[in-house]
Design a protein around this ligand. Structure first.
Ligand code: LMR
Length: 399
């Protein structure tokens, strides 16, 4: 039976991760996969996580099953983190939350739910979007189409083109996927005014917004980064949200995320919940416990929350610093090219704006790894490698 299958190329981001791990050049720079790194190039366990894990080790007294919805404390804390703790939506009975295996698990469960609502439904994705969005949504049966988003020439958002496309081609009931903050791969985010316009468009045309937020706290701040989520939760009758704790809690391998469905009223929310939990039961039955228990412990403790928020703020500030530093170094290099946009953008990623042959040359000749699109993980830069990076790029661009 298996002989009928043909092999697929590996996921480009994961392939890059494997390639750079095999490279022994001591000067190599990994700007591929979206993982935060400190000044030493390490991705340490956050202190708040470490402390919560120790508490868990001392106090956890069973490994019995949780439930398809996962950890109730985690779900309620994640809803507060995203919505703001005094948001009336939290008490409205309209919100269903399920803990999921990472942001990918959340995306896939949301996609399965949406495909159940309307099989083969259309999801509008930004052009470009995170490389895994298409396969995750398509695998559930949804159709993906694109709206214009990143302007490679001006390094900003093609907002008018985005709005025109959705206005003229999206139909009532279509789904519009938006990045809550720190757009992956471009780092170019909607501003508040643009969020308001997209919300108004979705309301007027009956489009269902689906916000994927995987980097809350790594852009401008925990509350600032949730602006779009909170606005849409206030205005829209229905909303889908997927969130990840991979980056802001550094829990990558613990696969910790959440899916949230905002329904028009509490009765519909009860039905949506029963369907979502049944989809989860039929897929992986229930999520793994560890990462969510850690987040639950942190967010339930004022002290650990402060430790975590301080660490997250330091990560965010470091990324801001690196954005500024790399722009300054390019200016100082004398290269006749404006990289100033890197400082305007937000979160872990930006496109360097070089072509695939140049990306390849950086890998081959300098052991600098980035996705073919020239997306770089800013957090992969450091005081130790930033000069080597800028010199190498400058050489490749001058060649
Ligand atoms: C990324 O975009 O690099 C991260 O979200 C990691 C991944 O799974 O692709």
């Amino acid at each position: 039976m298996f002989e009928h299958l043909t092999a697929l190329p590996p996921d480009p981001i994961l392939r890059l991760l494997a390639e750079q791990r095999q490279d022994n050049n001591p000067q190599k720079i990994d700007l591929g996969v979206g993982v935060y790194k400190d000044a030493q190039g390490a991705t340490p366990i956050m202190q708040a996580v470490d402390r919560a894990e120790r508490i868990l080790l001392e106090t956890e007294n069973t490994k019995t099953y949780v439930a398809p919805a996962g950890n109730a404390g985690f779900n309620s804390s994640m809803a507060k983190l995203l919505m703001g703790s005094d948001n009336p939506v939290l008490e409205s009975g309209r919100l269903t939350v399920a803990q999921t295996p990472g942001g990918c698990g959340a995306l896939r469960m949301a996609a399965e739910f949406l495909n159940l609502c309307k099989p083969g439904n259309k999801v509008w994705l930004s052009d470009p979007s995170w490389a895994n969005h298409h396969p995750l949504l398509n695998s559930a049966g949804l159709e993906t189409v694109e709206y214009p988003y990143y302007d490679y020439e001006n390094c900003g958002i093609r907002f008018d083109a985005m709005m025109d496309k959705l206005e003229s081609e999206a139909k009532a009931g279509d789904i519009v996927l938006l990045h809550g903050c720190c757009h992956n791969p471009s780092g170019a985010d909607l501003n508040q005014e643009q969020w308001q316009q997209v919300t108004e468009l979705c309301l007027r045309k009956g489009l269902l917004p689906f916000i994927d937020i995987a980097y809350q706290g790594l852009g401008d701040g925990l509350d600032e980064d949730a602006y779009g989520v909170r606005l849409m939760a206030e205005k829209m009758p229905e909303l889908v949200i997927t969130a990840s704790c991979s980056k802001n809690f550094g829990l990558y391998r613990e696969r910790t995320g959440a899916v949230m469905l905002l329904s028009a009223n509490a009765d519909q929310a009860a039905v949506a919940a029963s369907r979502l939990f049944s989809i989860i039961r039929g897929c992986y039955s229930m999520p793994p416990s560890h990462g969510a228990s850690v987040v639950d412990l942190i967010l339930a403790s004022d002290e650990l929350t402060t430790v975590w928020q301080d660490e997250l703020a330091a990560m965010r500030q470091r990324i801001h610093f690196l954005r500024g530093a790399v722009v300054d170094k390019f200016v100082a290099s004398g290269i006749d090219r404006d990289f100033g946009f890197i400082q305007q953008q937000s979160g872990m990623f930006s496109f360097l704006g070089i072509n695939p042959a140049q990306v390849h040359q950086l890998k081959k000749d300098f052991s600098i790894y980035m996705v073919d699109s020239s997306r770089i993980n800013i957090a992969g830069l450091s005081e130790n490698n930033i000069d080597y990076f800028v010199n190498s790029v400058t050489q490749v661009l001058k060649a």
